[in-house]
Design a protein around this ligand. Structure first.
Ligand SMILES: Nc1nc2c(ncn2[C@@H]2O[C@H](COP(=O)(O)OP(=O)(O)OP(=O)(O)O)[C@@H](O)[C@H]2O)c(=O)[nH]1
Ligand SMILES: [Mg+2]
Length: 255
């Protein structure tokens, strides 16, 4: 069972990966610290952003010691690798729950409250665009909406996984759930990481729930989604299936 504090809440670390988010990182950290949560801390995982995001993050860490931390990753960048390092850091530093989210305000900071609320009952909470009440920005181009919907369906059919928003990146994990996952077996470099983690969590039999979210368009900064990333994702689903399909609840890593 997860450790709960006296008020019945988990002390969360919010892990935010960044690559060129200089305009967003400051407002995002401020918004997250302002939430009415139990002693939340924020971990920025920056992949040597050329636009100076890492320096701004360092200033925020100086301004809010013990509440804001920065992990500077050198070498090959990638969302999946950044998250694995960030999750390990959070566990090593005593997080009771871990929230993961984008830095570009596509994920609304206030929704973190709704994501952590079910953690006393569930191991994993998935912010979902594809359950009743979930939505994507109205100004999404039709092509993008179709691609996202298709990517989810394609992935779920191959993996036969019940998670409806399996590609989304707004989630809350209870400590014991992350501890039970062998993070060294998570191989995705990029965005497909989200699929791999959801699949592994469901194979391990964790209690999962989806809560509806509104996914806004990024207002500032540029997307890092490229054709190469999409291709990695399409082929990567098969790799994920073959790597993890034998997992059973008894395979949870022992702490
Ligand atoms: N550390 C790290 N963060 C990354 C990397 N690629 C993307 N990110 C961050 O991951 C989050 C999601 O990336 P986005 O570029 O917004 O991807 P997206 O939401 O699919 O695309 P848009 O809606 O077009 O922005 C953002 O906070 C990015 O800064 C990376 O290689 N390393
Ligand atoms: Mg985005």
């Amino acid at each position: 069972m997860a450790v709960l504090n006296a008020s019945g809440q988990h002390r969360p670390t919010i892990v935010v990966p960044t690559y060129n988010e200089a305009e967003n990182v400051g407002p995002m950290v401020e918004a997250l610290l302002a939430l009415d949560l139990h002693e939340q801390s924020v971990l920025i995982v920056d992949d040597a952003s050329p636009d100076g995001t890492g320096r701004i993050a360092d200033q925020l860490a100086d301004q809010y010691p013990s509440r804001v931390h920065v992990l500077h990753r050198l070498g090959q960048r990638g969302l999946g690798r950044a998250y694995v390092d960030g999750f390990r850091w959070a566990l090593d530093h005593g997080a009771e729950a871990v929230v993961q989210m984008d830095c570009d305000f596509s994920h609304a900071p206030r929704d973190v409250l709704r994501l952590v609320a079910p953690l006393s009952e569930y191991h994993v909470v998935i912010g979902s665009r594809y359950v009743e009440g979930g939505e994507v920005a109205e100004d999404w181009r039709l092509g993008r909406e179709v691609l996202s919907w298709w990517a989810n369906l394609y992935t779920r059919l191959i993996l036969r996984c019940p998670v409806r928003d399996i590609t989304g990146g707004f989630r809350a994990w209870r400590r014991d759930a992350l501890e039970g996952i062998d993070l060294s077996a998570i191989g995705s470099q990029g965005y497909i990481f989200q699929v791999e983690m959801a699949y592994v969590a469901s194979r391990l039999g964790y209690r999962m729930v989806e809560v509806p979210i509104y996914f806004a368009d990024r207002q500032l900064g540029a997307s890092k989604m490229s054709m190469q990333v999409k291709l990695e994702a399409a082929l990567g689903v098969w790799r994920i299936w073959s790597r993890h399909r034998h997992l059973r609840p008894g395979d949870r890593a022992s702490v």
